[in-house]
Design a protein around this ligand. Structure first.
Ligand code: SF4
Length: 247
């Protein structure tokens, strides 16, 4: 029989949910990068032919997932016609199809499909954020724009009880390493990013590198389904048994 939560636990859970909602609302209201806000809105007005009947989100995309997440997936930025259309991280494009399928297989998502805000998808023990919350032209935010967005990145990590980070691509990996250095968790050389790379951040925290599930990587076979599954299986093991070494 499932254990009932004590009233103290219920209060803590409810406080955590409120703090998560407040952070997400602040992110959605952010207007620090005029170039990106304008770009998101322009895409929302012009749209892609396949989505002409849809109302695009067209602005900063909030974090998605469990406010008690021990796994945090860190991507680059919302896709122009994916998250910038649907308003949910990695939702509505092929990158998301790959990511949520892998999260589902590893037991972090209740379903593999992610099509829109009303599709019933929930994450359990995992959350997704981006180094940049607004869709950038050519998928390339400037250094200043990533710097602007660090406030949301920092607040996200401070709020969640994260044990394992999965950095998608060079930018996701670097965002976590920079944060870890700022916090004094890690003081070594800049570790080289590669798929499957593991970095011990101390206190049972780990960073795992993964190629980004962009079409550039999945269409060319640089990233296969098995390779992505391995990353999330490893994350699952570490979340369940943080004392276990990666190797
Ligand atoms: S990229 Fe980040 S900091 Fe810049 S406007 Fe969007 S949410 Fe704000």
């Amino acid at each position: 029989m499932a254990k009932r939560k004590s009233s103290g636990q219920r209060k803590r859970t409810s406080r955590q949910h409120s703090a998560w909602d407040v952070l997400n609302k602040k992110t959605v209201d952010c207007r620090k990068c005029p170039r990106l806000i304008e770009h998101c809105q322009t895409i929302a007005e012009t749209k892609r032919r396949a989505y002409l009947d849809e109302d695009y989100w067209g602005g900063p995309v909030p974090n998605f997932g469990d406010p008690n997440a021990k796994l945090l997936v860190v991507g680059l930025a919302p896709g122009a016609h994916g998250a910038n259309r649907t308003g949910r991280m990695f939702t509505g494009d092929r990158s998301g199809d790959w990511l949520f399928r892998a999260l589902h297989k590893a037991g972090f998502a209740n379903q593999a499909e992610s099509t829109g805000l009303e599709d019933g998808l929930t994450l359990n023990g995992a959350a997704i954020t981006n180094a940049c919350h607004c869709a950038p032209p050519d998928n390339k935010p400037t250094r200043d724009e990533i710097e602007n967005c660090r406030e949301w990145f920092r607040s996200t990590i401070e709020l969640l009880p994260v044990q394992v980070f999965v950095g998608l691509g060079q930018v996701g990996w670097r965002a976590v390493v920079d944060f870890a250095r700022d916090q004094g968790w890690y003081s070594g050389k800049l570790p080289k990013f590669s798929h499957g790379a593991e970095l011990d951040l101390g206190d049972g925290r780990w960073l795992i590198g993964s190629f980004h599930p962009s079409q550039q990587n999945t269409f060319t076979g640089r990233l296969t389904e098995e390779m992505l599954d391995e990353v999330f299986n490893k994350a699952r093991q570490l979340v369940d048994r943080p004392e276990q070494m990666c190797h």
